[in-house]
Design a protein around this ligand. Structure first.
Ligand code: SAM
Ligand code: SF4
Length: 339
């Protein structure tokens, strides 16, 4: 496929990866992500399925080769599977990969269709295997459905990566158990530092766990060997000799936006469910793609908007969680921008 003009920002980073949020709504209320009484967008403001599809095609025309559908919880959007099917048809014909991040509460219902549409790998967020801790953290007693969803994904032949936000005093002690469980299932697992995005009830400082400390503690227990694997993102990997299967170490990733950012290799941009393109997860630089979509010449307007995005993408984010009571770096929740 010939690409009009690839997306390259002012720091010479080639942008090939789009995270597309299909809704800001969610059936869970993870305490670090959003408040219990989160105000969601009026449905009229959210892009229609056709608009999301058209937008995605505009990105593919400019050299985006990987799309991750996210939210909010993508699977709470009723017509979502139709978008997966439509974009799945581009895999191998413009797209190298279509994937999704989900909390898995509804995955049991959709795993087979997602796989049949052309999705091969999926990220599932899971912070604990303890039902009580899950119910307190996600403020919904949904662990049984989540585990059913994970089992269905595995059964459907989807390659699963577990994402776990490491939280001091909440799942810190359980992290070795989670790693051993994930590797035992044949899944990769990546640990993530909590980021100061959007107001929540708690002070994120109270539960912020620097992964440098977590890694040291895991090294006391297991043999961690640095692994060159790169997913084109900020994760850095090790293999854990003791938890893999058949003599192959299990892969463990660390995403450390606070202790060590890897913005120099950033290849991604994000679009909200209302069509706002955010050039950086940690910044307010944005371009209105909904206006472009609804203009008289949408193809040209989207392409022009993407050129603007390349000019405003910042060099790096500036997250810190260094003292109690600190304000979030941004008012926007991760569920808005798309994680
Ligand atoms: N609902 C889906 C899920 O949870 O997988 C997709 C959207 S969610 C916003 C995507 C990821 O962002 C999840 O892995 C979640 O744990 C993570 N996340 C949400 N808020 C975060 C924060 N403040 N800091 C770090 N990670 C966060
Ligand atoms: Fe929902 Fe995902 Fe945020 Fe949890 S992390 S509240 S599942 S959007």
């Amino acid at each position: 496929m010939s690409i009009a003009a690839p997306l390259v920002d002012q720091f010479q980073r080639r942008i090939t990866y789009l995270r597309l949020s299909v809704t800001d709504r969610c059936d869970l209320r993870c305490a670090y992500c959003m408040p219990e009484r989160q105000t969601f967008l009026p449905r009229a403001e959210v892009l229609s399925l056709e608009e999301l599809h058209e937008l995605a095609l505009g990105f593919i025309a400019r050299g985006i080769t990987k799309i991750r559908l996210t939210g909010g919880e993508p699977l709470v959007r009723r017509d979502m599977i139709e978008l997966v099917k439509a974009l799945g048809r581009k895999v191998g014909g413009g797209l190298d990969e279509l994937t999704m991040t989900t909390n898995a509460t509804r995955l049991a219902e959709f795993a087979d269709d997602i796989r049949a549409a052309g999705v091969r790998r999926i990220n599932i967020s899971l912070d604990t295997l303890d039902r009580g801790t899950f119910a307190r953290l996600a403020r919904r007693d949904s662990l049984p459905q989540v585990l059913e969803g994970i089992a269905a994904a595995k059964e459907a032949g989807l390659k699963v990566k577990i994402n776990t936000v490491a939280l001091k005093g909440i799942n810190e002690a359980e992290i070795p158990t989670l790693i051993a469980w994930a590797h035992g299932q044949g899944f990769e697992i990546t640990l993530i530092e909590v980021m100061p995005l959007g107001e929540v009830e708690q002070d994120r400082f109270d539960h912020y766990l620097p992964l440098s400390a977590m890694r040291e503690s895991l090294e006391q227990r297991w043999t961690l060997t640095p692994d060159d694997h790169r997913s084109g993102g900020p994760a850095r990997y090790v293999t854990v000799a003791e938890t893999g299967a058949a003599g192959i170490g299990g892969r463990l990733g660390f995403i450390t936006p606070l202790t060590n950012n890897f913005c120099d290799g950033c290849n991604r941009i994000r679009v909200t469910a209302t069509g706002q393109l955010y050039a950086c997860l940690g910044g307010n630089e944005q371009v209105d793609l909904r206006a472009a979509l609804r203009s008289d010449a949408p193809d040209a307007a989207i392409s022009e908007a993407l050129d603007v995005a390349m000019k405003i993408k910042p060099e790096r984010h500036h997250f810190v969680i260094d003292k109690p009571g600190g304000a979030p770096a941004l008012a926007r929740h991760m569920s808005m921008t798309g994680g």
